[in-house]
Ligand binder design. Structure first.
Ligand SMILES: Cc1cc2nc3c(=O)[nH]c(=O)nc-3n(C[C@H](O)[C@H](O)[C@H](O)COP(=O)(O)OP(=O)(O)OC[C@H]3O[C@@H](n4cnc5c(N)ncnc54)[C@H](O)[C@@H]3O)c2cc1C
Length: 486
């Protein structure tokens, strides 16, 4: 099945029963559960966009194997033009969700596309792992499979060095190998989109403490979410069952985060991509450049998010009639700056992209890694600016029901501003609250701080690719020192 419609995606979720728990109860159908269904619909709308005649050429490309039109985020980019087309596609999706669904399917699609372009990397573990990866990449591309992922092991205590403290009984590990595959047991976090995905991918950004060559914790595989023994435990839903007026973002874009328990789960051999090799696992993201490709997806999401926050801020100041005040202008200027920097880095990453050793066009690594670092502090600051601009207006927000109740006339008289009717003001500030104050909005801030790992790890990732010597050489030249000479 090539690029899917929303209905096909929802039918796929229904056709594959999975063990999902929310609020102490087992969810029977994630597409009909009141706290999950709107998130499923939002993802379905992204799939529909692929086949909408207005967007089809921007959202899909012709599969090199089947000739069918498949989702463009699956493309293995070979030219800068491919990267730009992929960015247009990802921005279309990100703008549809106002940047609020960071784990839209393109996040994992670009990761597997990078691995599909670098299959020989996986052959270093076992020759058949390269074939497994090639087949799997083609399978998800040709069937438009939606993936979640869980990279982090739970830890019972922390090491001073900050490297992972992996323990038997907590971290996900191989417990035995059989003719059919490997059997894994343990827990992983944090599977965003877990209940709403077709398959789950397990790998790790790095292993940490278990540095011996054959660690049972070193794993990369992907299996259907309905595989026996897999259990998804959801956090509280931030879709409170309210109207779009009352809860504009939470009622649309709940992507859900889960702990995943693996209760002796069989992973078929053909779905294993890496096993036991700590060094290979640690180097995967950097060596295959999957990290740069996922950051390219993150850049599109960040831009959509910046544009949206900036738009809300501008409307807030217009509504409150304070746009001309100097300190308001300064704060709006800061939002504009972050937005423009985000856009500039994304475009520069494409302009400076190079063909890597796998023959894949890789976005410039510093130009995608830098804004990924920046956004961890820039997004919380953007939200702080919204709070500073809005003050008590965030709380002058009667509900849709109040507009129909006995206080309707009072609300309409007193909450109107010079240029905005009360209902429009309240609608805008309920949206702003969903960005800057509600549980939904708070999770967005936490997401931007941590979704791509903790800040120290990201700073180290940037330092590892930054051309440090160039900077030092310039200073040495200024000092008249030539430290390269004997
Ligand atoms: C909303 C959200 C969605 C996410 N979605 C996904 C997803 O879809 N898939 C996925 O795999 N992961 C996801 N993540 C998880 C993300 O990868 C992790 O949150 C991130 O790697 C940080 O790990 P942690 O949460 O265990 O934080 P911790 O490791 O507990 O870190 C918490 C703080 O303590 C500090 N710290 C930790 N250990 C030490 C130490 N030993 N010494 C000193 N300081 C230390 C850290 O720097 C950090 O500031 C998501 C996270 C969030 C918040």
């Amino acid at each position: 099945m090539p690029a899917r419609t929303g209905q096909q995606y929802l039918a796929g979720l229904r056709d594959q029963p999975r063990e999902v728990w929310l609020g102490g109860e087992r969810v029977r159908d994630v597409t009909a559960h009141p706290e999950l269904q709107n998130g499923a619909r939002a993802i379905a709308s992204l799939y529909d966009m692929q086949l909408d005649p207005r967007y089809r050429d921007e959202m899909t490309y012709v599969s090199p194997t089947s000739g069918a039109r498949v989702g463009l985020s699956f493309i293995i980019p070979r030219t800068r033009d491919d990267l730009e087309k992929r960015r247009v596609m990802m921005l279309n999706w990100a703008r549809t969700t106002c940047g609020m669904m960071g784990r839209s399917p393109d996040f994992m699609n670009v990761t597997y596309a990078a691995w599909g372009g670098a299959v020989d990397y996986f052959a270093q573990g076992r020759p058949e792992f390269a074939d497994n990866m090639r087949r799997y990449y083609e399978y998800i591309r040709e069937n438009d499979v939606c993936l979640t992922h869980a990279l982090i092991n739970l830890q019972k205590s922390r090491t001073v060095s900050g490297v992972f403290n992996l323990e038997e009984g907590t971290a996900l590990q191989v417990v035995r190998e059989t003719d059919k595959g490997i059997v894994v047991r343990g827990a992983r976090i944090l599977a965003t989109l877990g209940p709403l995905a077709d398959e789950i991918a397990i790998y790790s950004p790095r292993m940490g403490r278990y540095a011996e060559p054959h660690s049972p914790f070193a794993l990369s595989f992907a299996i259907p979410c309905g595989t026996p023994g897999l259990k998804f435990l959801c956090r509280d839903s931030f879709d409170l069952g309210r109207s779009h007026f009352d809860h504009p973002l939470g009622s649309r874009f709940e992507e859900m985060d889960c702990i995943v328990f693996f209760d002796d789960v069989l992973v078929p051999w053909e779905r294993v991509f890496l096993l036991g090799d700590v060094d290979l696992l640690n180097r995967t993201a950097a060596a295959t450049h999957s990290s740069a490709h996922s950051a390219h997806q993150g850049a599109a999401k960040n831009l959509a998010k910046c544009e949206f926050v900036l738009g809300v801020a501008l409307l807030m100041t217009e509504t409150l009639g304070n746009a001309h005040l100097p300190h308001v202008e300064e704060r709006i200027g800061e939002l504009m700056l972050t937005t423009q920097l985000t856009k500039a880095c994304m475009r520069a990453a494409e302009a400076d992209a190079k063909i890597d050793e796998w023959g894949v066009m890789c976005p410039d690594q510093c130009m995608v890694e830098s804004p990924r670092n920046l956004f961890m502090t820039a997004y919380p600051r953007m939200i702080e600016i919204l709070q500073l601009l809005g003050s008590s207006s965030f709380l002058l927000t009667p509900s849709e029901a109040d507009f129909k109740g006995p206080l309707k006339a009072d609300i309409e008289q007193y909450l109107a501003t010079d240029n905005t009717k009360a209902r429009d003001r309240v609608g805008l500030f309920r949206l702003a609250w969903d960005l800057a104050g509600s549980a939904f909005g708070s999770r967005q801030v936490l997401y931007e701080r941590f979704f791509a790992s903790d800040p120290l790890t990201r700073a180290r990732a940037l330092a590892s690719i930054y051309p440090k010597k160039e900077a030092m050489d310039r200073v040495l030249e200024f000092l008249g020192r030539d430290d390269n000479s004997e």
